[in-house]
Design a protein around this ligand. Structure first.
Ligand SMILES: C[S@@+](CC[C@H](N)C(=O)[O-])C[C@H]1O[C@@H](n2cnc3c(N)ncnc32)[C@H](O)[C@@H]1O
Length: 226
């Protein structure tokens, strides 16, 4: 486990460097856990709410925005990497995309299509406390009755919260840069979301349908009524 504290810019830079590899991995359906469970789980979690206006934050090449788009639904995907936003725009399929990085959002640059009734992060939150400053800002563009959905990696109970490095060794595609990310236990997600005013409505473990292995968690929150 890493002990230093990578900045938001360092994490974003690794995604800039890896963007073509990421597009290739998604286009070639290279991530088995997505195919067997996590893609369908997040699509279902979104559609259960019948949202009218969805903000897909850290949308990457846009597959999730496309998957939940419908003519009667506005779907906006934002990401900090130009080339991913460019690829998402090229793939089209209904949603609109724009380049927004998390640090700019924290500084007050908010996406303009508000209010959204659903904001989703699909495997796109990798920072430590900075995550909650980002969520606080985005809360301003969330409808008062809206929901926040986070799908994130879940590990076994003995794994502590902390910084890790993804070396991409398990991928077929070659990735030029390692990627630092902060892992948070279920207990820490629950504690820190509550401390920051988010009311957890559901915390769901997504399991491999055959092996039962924990693949991810989907956390559904409503803003706490003050
Ligand atoms: C694992 S990918 C997930 C992409 C997409 N949500 C999906 O499910 O395929 C993580 C995404 O988060 C974006 N991201 C990471 N750090 C960011 C930051 N500081 N600002 C904006 N986007 C960021 C990356 O560019 C990347 O597209």
């Amino acid at each position: 486990m890493m002990t230093d504290h990578p900045s938001s810019a360092t994490i974003l830079k690794s995604w800039q460097t890896n963007s073509q590899s990421w597009i290739s991995s998604i286009d070639q359906n290279e991530i088995a856990s997505r195919l067997v469970a996590t893609n369908a789980a997040i699509v279902e979690a979104i559609l259960t709410h019948h949202p009218q206006r969805v903000l897909d934050v850290g949308c990457g090449e846009g597959w999730l925005s496309r998957a939940v788009y419908a003519p009667e639904r506005t779907v906006i995907g934002i990401d900090g990497v130009d080339s991913l936003v460019g690829n998402a725009t090229k793939k089209a399929g209904g949603p609109q995309y724009a380049c927004f990085d998390y640090e700019a959002i924290r500084q007050g640059k908010l996406p303009p299509w508000a209010p959204f009734d659903l904001i989703v992060f699909n495997f796109a939150l990798f920072e430590d406390e900075a995550t909650f400053a980002l969520l606080k800002q985005l809360n301003q563009v969330l409808h008062p009755n809206g929901h926040l959905l986070i799908q994130t990696i879940g590990l076994l109970e003995q794994e502590p919260s902390g910084w890790r490095t993804e070396d991409w060794r398990s991928m077929k595609t070659k990735y030029p840069a390692p990627f630092p990310w902060y892992y948070r236990t279920r207990e820490d997600w629950e504690k820190e979301l509550a401390q920051n005013g988010w009311e957890i409505r559901a915390f769901t473990s997504i399991l491999h349908p055959e092996t039962g292995q924990l693949l991810s968690w989907i956390i559904e929150c409503a803003r706490e009524r003050l």
